[in-house]
Each structure stands twice: as C-alpha cells, then as structure tokens.
Design a protein around this ligand. Structure first.
Ligand code: ZN
Length: 99
C-alpha cells in the first residue's frame, strides 16, 4: 500500500504513511488505522464515558440490569472498580428432578 499522503513511497502501519511523511507535520492529518493501535485519550478513537462503579455481584440479575442500563446510556460496560464478587454457583444453576 502506498503512502496515504505523497503516494510515492510505501506506507506502513499504523498511519499508512512513508517515513518522511510520518516525521513531518502532515502526520496529524492522518489518523491511526491499525486495529492493534492503542486508542483512548489522544488516540483517534473515542471510548464511551466510564460509568459509576457498581457493587453488584458478577453474574447476578442486578449486575445484568446494571450492564443493560450502561449500554442504554452509551457508557462503557465495565468499570475497573466494579465488584469482583461472584454469585455462588448454587444461585444460578437450574437443577433438574432427582432420579
Ligand atoms: Zn509519504
């Protein structure tokens, strides 16, 4: 693939620009296109806002409701300070009739 700016030299990831173009001010005109790039503050892809952390246990109906509300609000689904407490296995296992 050729450089996206000068179309003369070979362009390389993450912006598909050649070396001289990459190290010139035109670099700011071309966002990162690599799917492996680190995005976020200062990156080219904006992440949704962080939600408030929740104390709902992982796997609980309460946590599922929290995730649905976050998705509805356009927020990230998980917060680093969300509770990591897990619902005990017995709480969600569907037990069949005993033989
Ligand atoms: Zn170039």
């Amino acid at each position: 693939m050729m450089c996206r700016h000068c179309l003369v030299r070979k362009g390389v990831r993450p912006r598909v620009l050649c070396g001289p173009c990459y190290y010139s001010p035109v670099r700011a005109l071309y966002p990162v296109v690599s799917k492996y790039a680190i995005h976020g503050v200062g990156g080219s892809v904006k992440r949704p806002p962080l939600p408030e952390p929740t104390g709902a246990a992982v796997g609980s109906n309460e946590k599922i409701a929290v995730l649905a509300a976050r998705a509805e609000a356009g927020e990230q689904l998980f917060h680093p300070k969300d509770s990591r407490r897990v619902v005990p296995e017995s709480a969600y296992l569907v037990r069949g009739p005993r033989a």
